[in-house]
Design a protein around this ligand. Structure first.
Ligand code: CP3
Length: 350
């Protein structure tokens, strides 16, 4: 059995083998809370310049591994490289966030996008980064690739930016479900190809970030979150049966159990609003979970952080568990608190 000889604790956990000490990585672990990231970013220019320079992106991927010894490294890139590969322009407004153009306000705009050729070659630097990182990683560290989930990607493509309630995408899905389906199908297809190439270049597991899964009514959640995710999982499993897929439907709450069953993801990421005791009771037995410390508890640090960590470990004592935050680490997180978190995990985990 490959699991038994698996030297990577995170990968083994994703394959359903509980580890004595929960492995750990943190979403957004490569980024602005790290002084070495800020220094390299200042030297290289914009965020996308870093992503496109595979030597720089490799260095950024490795920075948090060197500093903290995490069990997992996550590829340094962004979910929005897929809309760009599909033909939208992508840029970041300082202090505001991502922008995509042209926006997809109706069926005509969607038609134009899905019938266009796009620029899939714009993803080539990402695969070059994967190859370089894989060659440089210590043998105990699991390498994670990722993509956005179709629903979350569609919300950015339709609005052209982040939006609080994803109203434009939700409206379009009700007003013209066929147009929405065309767009989602195109994203599903691109995502399967993108993740397959990441796997072929060397990532060992992949995560689907569905940051806005929480904004949908139940029937819409079935159609735009569960169904497209299930198609991606099925296609990847056919091509790469040994590569686990982590689903992270942020904000899914009471729909988590249905998501786990119907998408057949190998592991499920939980955001910080989910009660871990409830999750352990409601999710399929043996399904590996990842999460779910509040990023703000990490900023607070101290005894409160220790208590939050211990409660999560206790709730998942009986199932494969990867320690993580419930969402990305924030920019103003003190390095010393991350060190304290790692020390607590290494000492308390039984
Ligand atoms: O986790 C990692 O360390 C790997 C790299 C990674 C980034 N973004 C790097 C990044 C990953 C996995 C993402 C995912 C991502 N990107 C999501 C899903 C997860 C989530 O947070 O909900 C989303 C919605 C995006 C889109 C995106 N990219 C936004 C909204 C922003 C702006 C955020 C901000 O604070 O300015 C980005 C930029 C971005 N992606 C940065 C990083 C390190 C900041 C870049 C910088 O200014 O240096």
């Amino acid at each position: 059995m490959p699991e038994i000889s698996e030297p990577k604790a995170l990968l083994a956990t994703l394959k359903g083998v509980k580890q004595e000490k929960a492995p750990v990585w943190l979403m957004r672990q490569a980024g602005r809370y790290l002084p070495e990231y800020r220094a390299l970013r200042a030297k290289k220019g914009g965020f996308l310049d870093l992503v496109e320079d595979s030597d720089a992106a490799t260095e950024v991927t490795l920075q948090p591994i060197r500093r903290f010894g995490f069990d997992g490294a996550i590829l340094f890139s962004d979910i929005l490289v897929i809309p760009r590969a599909l033909g939208q322009d992508l840029w970041f407004e300082a202090g505001e966030g991502p922008r995509l153009a042209p926006v997809l306000e109706d069926r005509t705009a969607i038609d134009r996008l899905v019938s266009g050729r796009g620029d899939m070659a714009s993803l080539d630097p990402v695969y070059a980064t994967v190859t370089k990182v894989r060659a440089a990683l210590p043998p105990t560290v699991t390498f994670l690739g990722f993509a956005g989930s179709p629903w979350t990607i569609a919300t950015y493509m339709i609005a052209g930016r982040g939006s609080r309630e994803q109203a434009a995408a939700r409206r379009l899905a009700y007003a013209d479900p066929q147009a929405m389906q065309m767009l989602v199908d195109r994203i599903v297809e691109a995502t399967i190809s993108y993740l397959s190439k990441q796997i072929e270049a060397g990532v060992e597991a992949v995560q689907l970030f569905d940051s806005w899964a929480g904004s949908l009514a139940p029937a819409e959640f079935e159609r735009w979150v569960i169904a497209p995710t299930a198609r991606i999982v099925t296609a990847l499993r056919e091509r790469h049966p040994d590569t686990p897929v982590i689903g992270f439907p942020k904000g899914a709450g009471g729909k988590l159990a249905a998501y786990a069953r119907e998408t057949a993801v190998d592991a499920i990421g939980l955001d910080e609003t989910v009660d871990p005791v409830w999750a352990d009771r409601e999710l399929p037995p043996g399904l590996p979970v990842q999460g779910n410390c509040d990023p703000l508890a990490l900023i607070a640090g101290g005894a409160r952080l220790d208590g939050a960590v211990d409660a999560i470990l206790a709730a998942f004592a009986e199932r494969p568990h990867i320690f993580n935050l419930g969402h990305g680490i924030q920019q103003d997180t003190p390095i010393a608190h991350v060190e304290r978190l790692i020390a607590r995990l290494r000492e308390r985990n039984a």
